[in-house]
Design a binder for this molecule. Structure first.
Ligand code: SF4
Length: 681
């Protein structure tokens, strides 16, 4: 786009990609975003990654949805808003009458604003009458919400983005930070360059592993054993923080007893790492003054994900690293507003602010505020909804800004289940792979076309601001939801997202002091309970949300699927720097997509030569769920019996292969470990 700077105006906003929440300025000429520049902000210190800087070009892509679409005889035809709304309300009313409100389910969106997530769950709870609402946090950090809530009382990142710069030891595990949270990754590299020590425990030799003091290349699915092994050494060598354990924690004796079984010899064998490296890492973490743990989906996406999170929490408590600046348990949240979507109650068991739907006091509070009788039965999670569609107990699915056909495990099963739905609504900015299954598609506004707030990984609530008009007849999600509520007979009238935030603040203790006037200059980190409260940088400073920190010893349990004769390799999945999630945005940014236009599988050179596969060869990858053809990428970054696939792609996509078995507590699927076979084509 040719432009002169004096022809442009600037609008400050928040990056729409990952949970780091970088602040940026959109340069606007007429009704078009022509450039993005980094902006100073407490979340990013004036930095942006490639997606923030160049990933905005999807905004005015010709594929944007411009009008509602209704499927007639298997084809989408343009419709008016009135026609689309009428169809949706008729179907919802009929399903409610015939099968009850629990036959309807909704997937809310970690891409949308807090205000939109709040309205989505209000539409489902107060207007439709069901708690069947979930969103993609189920696939990423549901185990963090469950695990940390049990041990610390609050399931969120304990510290703040920039605090990595002050740590004297950083332990990165289950996170390819430089690719998935690039600005935090660069802060970790900066801390290392300034003298901090770095431990990395990952199945792949990620960029941070190359500069780490100790790199533990663990076998996928063995995190719990690893964390227990570190604690075993720390306790044996007396490196635990005895005063902290005495004053601020409970249940240490049980932890000590369980850790007894995890000697370095045992753990080195389970995790397939060097015993001396394990001991070295334990001593480094045990002796650090400010030891920070950064983790993400490599810990959470397992059938034992909640145990993995609890084990991380045990380790940090053991060394007194929670409630301290530049230390903590830093769960890196994936999407731009996945923290906010959880905070807003887009979860089947919680109202906004993690108030439980089956708690009678909380239920009464929301019934009074919303003027409707509410259900006290926890709703279904994403995987349960997909099973419900398959079993025909769920009749209607409403998807706002999610793409389960690409993001959820076992794509074949997801597609078969969607085929069985009576009626599907998809509200999005593009016709995604999931929207193809819809009966009605509603065109929504993108982040640059509306006002609102996102909450980033460090719990910071930040503004997004309308910079350009949305294309055609598309509307902001909050407007669509408000109009639907009215059509369903519920009197909702908000002048704008600021009004919705007032309602959120009145009902959500952590957001009690948050309002748009206070967010004008800088974001605020929750808990921020009152108008005068400055926000909270470090959680659990004086006491834990549950009083004392609880040691919850976790035993190592093998992954649900282990390699065998038919499927001899472990496949693990992850993300890459250039694409974002299901690529609905990044595949429409030409420069970015040109770098990685198709799916691939990383294979070790020895495995490749055994299969007679060369770099770039086509290869068939099969699991018990399905089979895909993709391209071989030969690298010694993985070990011989482990392969890696990014999950962003639909064609040749990893999720055709992944296992939908779930963690029984958090109900998160085991996306990180599947057994596969490889065949050269
Ligand atoms: Fe956007 Fe995340 Fe990159 Fe920051 S680090 S620019 S928030 S994608």
């Amino acid at each position: 786009e040719r432009f002169r700077y004096w022809e442009t105006r600037k609008i400050k906003t928040t990056c729409p990609y990952c949970g780091v929440g970088c602040q940026m300025e959109l340069l606007i000429k007429d009704n078009k975003v022509v450039e993005v520049a980094p902006s100073d902000g407490a979340a990013n210190n004036g930095m942006l990654c490639v997606k923030g800087k160049f990933g905005y070009k999807f905004i005015d892509h010709p594929d944007r949805l411009r009008t509602p679409l209704v499927k007639k005889e298997g084809r989408f035809v343009q419709a008016t808003w009135d026609e689309a709304y009428r169809l949706i309300t008729d179907k919802i009313t009929a399903a409610k009458d015939e099968f009850g409100a629990d036959s309807i389910a909704g997937f809310s969106s970690a891409r949308c604003t807090n205000e939109e997530n709040y309205l989505f769950q209000k539409l489902f709870r107060a207007v439709i009458g069901t708690n069947n609402i979930d969103h993609c946090a189920r696939l990423c950090h549901a185990s963090t919400v469950a695990g940390l809530a049990a041990t610390l009382g609050s399931g969120a990142m304990t510290n703040s983005n920039l605090e990595a710069l002050g740590s004297d030891l950083i332990f990165v595990t289950g996170s390819n930070t430089t690719e998935t949270h690039p600005v935090i990754g660069s802060h970790i590299k900066q801390a290392k360059a300034n003298g901090a020590s770095l431990i990395v425990a990952e199945p792949r030799e990620i960029e941070l592993a190359k500069v780490a003091d100790v790199f533990l290349q663990i076998k996928p699915g063995t995190n719990v054993a690893l964390f227990n092994g570190l604690m075993h050494v720390i306790i044996k060598e007396g490196l635990e923080d005895k005063d902290y354990i005495r004053d601020r924690t409970e249940n240490f004796e049980e932890l000590k007893e369980v850790m007894e079984n995890y000697s370095p010899e045992v753990v080195a064998q389970i995790c397939e790492v060097n015993k001396d490296d394990l001991i070295k890492a334990a001593r480094m973490y045990g002796k650090a003054d400010k030891g920070a743990i950064y983790y993400s989906m490599g810990v959470t996406q397992h059938s034992t994900g909640t145990q993995g999170v609890m084990a991380v929490s045990n380790l940090a408590l053991l060394c007194g690293n929670i409630g301290k600046e530049s230390a903590g348990v830093n769960s890196l949240r994936g999407q731009n507003n996945v923290q906010g979507a959880c905070d807003m109650g887009a979860l089947p068991g919680y109202y906004p602010g993690y108030q439980k739907v089956f708690d009678s006091k909380a239920k009464k509070k929301f019934e009074k505020a919303w003027g409707r009788t509410l259900s006290d039965k926890a709703g279904l999670t994403i995987t349960e909804v997909v099973n419900g569609l398959d079993e025909k107990t769920i009749k209607i699915l409403y998807v706002m800004g999610e793409n389960p056909v690409v993001s959820d495990p076992d794509t074949g099963h997801v597609k078969r289940a969607l085929d069985k739905a009576d009626f599907i609504v998809v509200q999005d900015i593009f016709l995604t792979e999931t929207a193809e299954y819809a009966d009605v598609v509603l065109p929504a506004a993108a982040f640059a076309e509306k006002d609102g707030t996102f909450t980033n990984t460090e719990r910071r609530v930040q503004r997004i601001r309308k910079a350009v008009n949305s294309p055609g007849e598309s509307k902001p999600d909050w407007v669509i939801l408000m109009e639907l509520m009215k059509r369903l007979g519920y009197g909702a009238s908000y002048g704008g997202p600021a009004d919705i935030m007032e309602e959120i603040a009145a009902l959500t203790p952590q957001y009690g002091g948050i309002s748009y006037d206070r967010l004008e200059v800088e974001g605020l980190q929750w808990p921020c309970p009152t108008r005068k409260h400055p926000g909270t940088k470090v959680l659990h400073r004086e006491k834990f949300d549950r009083g004392k920190g609880l040691f919850k010893p976790a035993e190592y349990i093998k992954s649900a699927e282990v390699p065998d004769k038919d499927y001899p390799y472990i496949m693990t999945t992850g993300r890459m720097l250039y694409h974002y999630h299901t690529r609905s945005m990044t595949k429409r940014v030409r420069g970015i997509d040109a770098l990685y236009p198709e799916s691939y599988i990383e294979i070790h050179p020895v495995t490749a030569s055994r299969l007679d596969v060369n770099d770039g060869d086509k290869i068939r990858v099969s699991s018990r769920r399905g089979s895909v053809v993709t391209k071989a990428k030969i690298t010694d970054g993985v070990v011989e019996d482990v392969v890696f696939m990014p999950f962003h792609f639909y064609e040749g996509g990893a999720n055709y292969l992944t296992n939908s078995v779930i963690d029984p507590i958090a109900k998160i699927p085991e996306l990180k470990v599947s057994a596969v076979s490889l065949e050269k084509l």
